[in-house]
Design a protein around this ligand. Sequence first.
Ligand SMILES: [Cu+2]
Length: 524
Amino acid sequence: MKAFTAAYLAYLLGFASAKVVKYEWELSYRTISPNGVSKRMALVNNQFPGPTMRASLGDQVQVTLTNNLPDNGTSIHFHGINQLGTPWADGVPAINQCPIPANGGNFTYTFTPDEAGTSFWHSHYGPQYPLGVVGPTIIDDPSEPYKYDDEYVVVVTDHFNISDWTLLAIDRTPGFVGNTGIPPRPPAPDSVLICAGTGGCNTKSQPSFQFTPGKTYRLRIINMSAFVGFHFSIDEHPLQLIGSDFAALDGKTSVEQLPIWPAQRYDVLVQAKTNFTDNVWMRSVTQNACYPIQNPKLELETRALVNYEGVSASKVPSSQPFADPKANDCRDLDLSQIKPREVEDAVETPDTTIFLAVGLYNNATARQIQGVVNNSSYPAYDVNAKPTLFDIKDGVDVAALPTSRNAYALHNGTIRVVLNTTLGPGAHPYHLHGHTFQVLGYLNGTYHGNDGLDLVNPTRRDTMMVPVNATAVFQFKTNNPGVQFFHCHMEFHLNEGLASQFVELPDEIRKLKIPADARNLCPK
Ligand SMILES: [Cu+2]
């Protein structure tokens, strides 16, 4: 899809100045209290959020992760990084890597980013990521189109007091709640947090972002939630949209309220006022109407301080929020508001169209909530299964994979996916690995070819909020041999089975040379 964009050309030309960027990360348990309640978390280098992985387009990144957990494997997925030519570094157990073993196992993720912007990395091993195995990713574009004076990483996330891995698995234990005939639900968040980047939530504190009058700030806003989405805003300061996920935007739209769903990122420019002698609130407001599971004790709004130079940080703002006409509608921004900077129209006639009906329901026989894709629930807890990538490389046909793997073969050409959520209640932040795709539309009715779709320079991103009772249509070109996980990014929905995988260009996968250290993670 991005094969001909300026960013990709810059990436190719950039090899002259490309660097090797190395990180040494260590995962271990540590007890911290991000919301004032003590919790044993799994942290990389003892930080929550974890270290920032930062590189430039064309750099080779080498992240060595040592797993010092005594009792669980792990894996890291660099969300949004396409892993072109390195599909074994995508970090999904049972899809494209075997877990890094407990008690000192290690693996070096080696890859070359091909898109710039803001993202994050996280464990893809069972429901491990809400335990803290998560941190920011920044990929710099040497020909960055936007000018700004300074930048901040702003992480918004939900937080759960439950600390034990098996308790997070509570909704996978078959049974009913009392005599209700309803299977157990996953826990609701206990808090929502704003964290000022790496280590920003190691202790409970109100984050503070410094503004100097007249300067322009780039905020890299990342939703690292396992479950909930937010409306983000800064009182009296509009947000100029310059990036959504790894797509640079045209910068023509400013918003007062920014809906941001799990795993989505927005880059915005904020103009600090001149002659301003006050502080204002930054707000992240939980969109609780989107979720059937709620905690009445959860404080829906969390705030951070925007502290103007020359004003005491202890001065409590009296600023008021913008009115919110879009409150709780559980939708992305209108697609017309997030147009990419580099124009690319959508192919009108895709080579392949895949129809997926997805949703959650109470399975009375299994006594579990199950997420299904075309009536098949994906076994996300099966972390030790042989990765599909290795099966395909070893000659297995896609058609011969177990049905529950929800595998679809993608061959050469333009792929259109029509994703329907009328099967069960709920809006789902759906993420595709390996591609920044074009979002052609969220339809209220049935899919009829190009009717109602936006084919003129449509939004590009890697995580879209598919509304309730809707049909999302998105499109991409196959160019990335590998096995691309496609799943709801609400961690519990993924673990309930709302996932499938695209085996992209299987004939090309068979020509890949998979490094021995990737193979060696698998049991002999
Ligand atoms: Cu979901």
